[in-house]
Design a protein around this ligand. Structure first.
Ligand SMILES: [Fe+2]
Ligand SMILES: [Fe+2]
Length: 244
């Protein structure tokens, strides 16, 4: 068996620069389901593992896109800055736009396409959860992580005890919320038959489905950066400092 197939999706997403784009295209879960082996994840997504390995091995994106930091060597502060400015900002502005657009499309096509009401309700639940989720990250977890890193860089060995005890606690809570967001995204994908616009769908309908799919893809990348890179590095950094 090829060793790549027994690696976890998370390991490959971190190691191979273009892996997340390939996984996204094939509907392979690399954020909340990142702990599965590639073999198992391909099985779930209904794609042949050998083909995915060939795609991963021929990936030539040796460097991250110019506007993105190299996530493995970037400082945690740089990573947080990227997450907030790229992903949190995009999520907030799309929530505002897509709430209106879902209402508009529901009004125009809801009668012929009852699934649209489900899409509207699931999107509403998802946005109602994401807004406080991002606020908690920005107000509590991210500032503490930045403080942790700057104290560590200054060679400090002791840490002020945060009100949440240890960074692992808010990390665990954020990961549970990510898991829930992932399930809601899956529900929307099922309701929309993989964002397939029906033959009588107007331009607004098409725009909505394209935008919801782009929203999903951005959220997957966002959760991947937090679950698979930022959070483990923060937990490890705190552990090293407490052990000293
Ligand atoms: Fe976030
Ligand atoms: Fe998050």
């Amino acid at each position: 068996m090829n060793t790549t197939s027994t690696k976890t999706v998370r390991e490959l997403a971190v190691e191979i620069p273009g892996a997340t784009r390939i996984f996204e295209r094939l509907n392979i879960d690399y954020c909340c389901g990142g702990n599965q082996t590639l073999d198992k994840a391909c099985d779930t997504a209904g794609v042949a593992v050998e083909n995915v390995i060939t795609m991963l091995e021929s990936d030539t994106s040796a460097h991250p896109q110019s506007e993105e930091p190299d996530f493995l060597t970037a400082t945690l502060a740089e990573l947080i800055d990227h997450i907030v400015n790229k992903h949190h900002e995009f999520t907030r502005s799309e929530i505002a736009r897509l709430r209106e657009l879902t209402n508009k499309v529901c009004e125009a096509h809801g009668q012929n396409h009852p699934e649209l009401d489900g899409v509207r309700r699931v999107f509403q639940t998802l946005s109602d959860e994401l807004e406080p989720h991002m606020a908690k990250e920005e107000r509590v977890l991210f500032p503490y992580t930045i403080q942790l890193e700057s104290e560590s860089a200054r060679g400090k060995r002791s840490l002020p005890r945060p009100p949440f005890g240890t960074v692992a606690n808010p990390v665990r809570m954020m990961m549970m919320e990510h898991e829930n967001a992932g399930l809601l995204l899956k529900q929307m994908r099922a309701l929309t038959s993989d964002y397939k616009v029906p033959a009588d769908g107007c331009i607004s309908y098409q725009t909505l489905y394209q935008a919801l799919e782009a929203f999903e893809s951005d959220l997957h990348q966002h959760i991947h950066l937090e679950n698979n890179i930022l959070f483990p590095r923060a937990v490890e950094m705190e552990g090293t400092m407490l052990a000293e």
